[in-house]
Design a protein around this ligand. Structure first.
Ligand SMILES: NC(=O)c1ccc[n+]([C@@H]2O[C@H](COP(=O)([O-])OP(=O)(O)OC[C@H]3O[C@@H](n4cnc5c(N)ncnc54)[C@H](O)[C@@H]3O)[C@@H](O)[C@H]2O)c1
Length: 251
């Protein structure tokens, strides 16, 4: 694969938070980027900031629910017919609940699993065909400290979905290695995103006390890590989980 190929990236949950920072980072590096998210309104706002790249046909903004596997399949196929390839997939869209074990319903369980875990599987399953043909690909699964350490601040369903992503990372990494496709997980904790604005200041202070580096993380720091993992130079790294948590979990 020559260095002159313009890489095509698909980022789910790209309207805000980590997904937005990752998609914008990849865009700033000259890649073509499909921003996927549920909310057309938020995507439209974001599009306003990137009209130049839109006019150069380097950015598209598409509203889709990642848990609707048929709709996602159509979106992936439309990106493939538009740009001819998909080199990078970032499975970032996710929802988190804090419901205690006693109160989790089957409905909540299914919603979390289909949004966080089944989407990671089915979108990767769809995209991998193009990557196999290209003999080049990068898949990133955005997991969480919840999947490693089971903190009580997140629901059991969320933690299980995030642990499931770590298993999928290894299964896909092994199956796709011979095609030049790497698959890695990024596992953040306490990174500033819109969700954090709702955390009361005293709770935030308590959380920071549990972080050895003594601060929360920034979305751009996660985006820089992803940028390395999806680069040409990241090609010898696969099946790994990268903790980005200020030292909150050391293993
Ligand atoms: N911020 C953190 O500290 C942190 C820590 C651990 C894990 N994570 C993980 O990182 C990812 C991003 O988190 P964030 O903090 O940026 O969250 P966020 O809530 O700010 O953003 C989530 C994004 O996912 C999208 N999304 C949610 N459900 C969707 C669906 N069904 N279909 C399409 N899009 C959907 C939302 O529209 C939004 O764009 C999540 O998977 C989350 O579990 C974040």
């Amino acid at each position: 694969m020559g260095n002159n190929v313009q890489r095509v990236a698909v980022v789910t949950g790209a309207s805000q938070g980590l997904g937005k920072a990752i998609a914008e980072k990849l865009l700033s590096e000259g890649k073509k980027v499909a921003f996927l998210s549920r909310s057309q309104r938020k995507l439209d706002e974001l599009k306003e900031n990137h009209l130049e790249q839109v006019s150069r046909d380097e950015a598209v903004f598409m509203a889709v629910d990642v848990s609707d596997h048929q709709a996602m399949k159509q979106v992936i196929h439309s990106i493939l017919s538009k740009w001819g390839r998909i080199d990078i997939l970032v499975n970032n869209a996710g929802i988190r609940t804090q419901t205690v074990i006693e109160d989790i319903t089957l409905e909540e369980w299914d919603q979390i699993m289909s949004t966080n875990l089944a989407s990671t599987f089915f979108v990767s399953q769809t995209v991998m065909h193009a990557m196999k043909e290209q003999k080049w690909g990068r898949i990133i699964n955005m997991s969480s400290i919840g999947g490693q350490d089971g903190p009580l601040t997140s629901s059991a369903a969320y933690c299980a979905s995030k642990a499931g992503q770590l298993a999928l990372t290894k299964v896909f990494a092994r199956s796709l290695a011979s095609y030049g496709i790497t698959v890695n997980a990024v596992s953040p904790a306490a990174v500033r995103t819109p969700e954090m604005d709702n955390v009361p200041p005293d709770k935030l202070e308590k959380m920071v006390e549990t972080i050895p580096l003594g601060r929360v993380g920034e979305a751009e720091e996660v985006a820089d890590l992803v940028s390395y993992l999806v680069s040409d130079n990241g090609g010898f790294v696969t099946g790994a989980t990268f903790d980005i948590n200020g030292g909150r979990l050391m293993r």
